[in-house]
Design a protein around this ligand. Structure first.
Ligand code: NAD
Length: 250
């Protein structure tokens, strides 16, 4: 059964080849959606869209820049006619201790996850409101719930906790317009976000704390995003769904 037939989906930060956004884009495309991949570099975004097959588009968009977000949402509507799904997936992390977080670290990390989620949502909401339907899926993290401990520093935990609050506030405000807003809290998923920066000792320690005994796959997160994007979750809004192999059971 195809769950997203005829739907138009925007996914931010989806050009990273082994990333959660790209895996989500693939699954959405398999389920009949047409996907707009947004990322920092136009060529990378276009190449990622081409990987999905014909009809998908890739656009340059720095989600920390409000004008970029508005231009991208406008371009998607011009090219594809509507927006049904927005996945706010772009994010960066830094393994810093509390006292080592400099102003530029704080700004870099919170800007992409938190400001970016706000700006990209603001860019799409007028279209979703006019359609009286839409699903917004925000990528938070287990880090938000347990205060870090995997890789990101306290500023990353704070940014991702902010994403949870924003998700819930958007769910309340947008529900009367038929727009749902939910968050995914992935645990440790092997992607390029930690590539080369995670020592074997750190990895062993993380795996030790996962009852299912393995790192997550990008496809594990994509499956959850598909549920939240589709009508399977028609009565689900303001929720946070854990995809963490049991590493945080609460
Ligand atoms: P990734 O590094 O593979 O991909 C992130 C993508 O975001 C990259 O393509 C990058 O170019 C893009 N990006 C960065 N800044 C941007 C900006 N300003 N505007 C637009 N795009 C930008 O990372 P990933 O592991 O696929 O992570 C995806 C999301 O999931 C992130 O929000 C991350 O914080 C979150 N997450 C990941 C994990 C994990 O273990 N991998 C766990 C929890 C949460």
């Amino acid at each position: 059964m195809k769950l997203l037939d005829g739907k138009i989906a925007i996914i931010t930060g989806a050009a990273s080849p082994r990333g959660l956004g790209k895996a989500t884009a693939h699954l959405f495309a398999e389920h009949g959606a047409t996907v707009a991949i947004l990322d920092l570099d136009a060529d990378h975004a276009a190449a990622a869209a081409a990987d999905l097959g014909a009809g998908h588009i890739g656009l340059a968009c720095d989600v920390t820049n409000k004008d970029d977000c508005i231009a991208a949402a406008t371009a998607v509507v011009a090219a594809l006619g509507r927006i049904d799904i927005l996945v706010n997936n772009a994010g960066i992390t830094q393994p810093l201790k509390l006292m080592d977080i400099a102003p530029e670290n704080y700004e870099a990390v919170t800007d992409v996850s938190l400001r970016g989620t706000l700006y990209m949502s603001q860019a799409c909401i007028p279209t979703l409101r006019a359609q009286k339907s839409g699903s917004i899926v925000n990528m938070s993290s287990v880090s938000a719930q347990r205060g870090g401990g995997i890789f990101g520093g306290p500023h990353y935990s704070a940014a991702k906790a902010g994403v949870l609050g924003l998700t819930k506030a958007m769910a309340r405000e947008l529900a009367p317009d038929g727009i749902r807003s939910n968050a995914i809290c992935p645990g440790f998923i092997a992607t390029d976000i930690t590539a080369g920066k995670l020592t074997p000792e750190m990895k062993a320690q993380v795996l030790d704390g996962i009852p299912m005994g393995r790192a997550g796959e990008a496809s594990d997160v994509a499956g959850c995003a598909l549920f939240l994007a589709s009508e399977l979750s028609a009565y689900v809004t303001g929720s946070e769904i854990d995809v963490n192999g049991g590493s945080l059971i609460h």
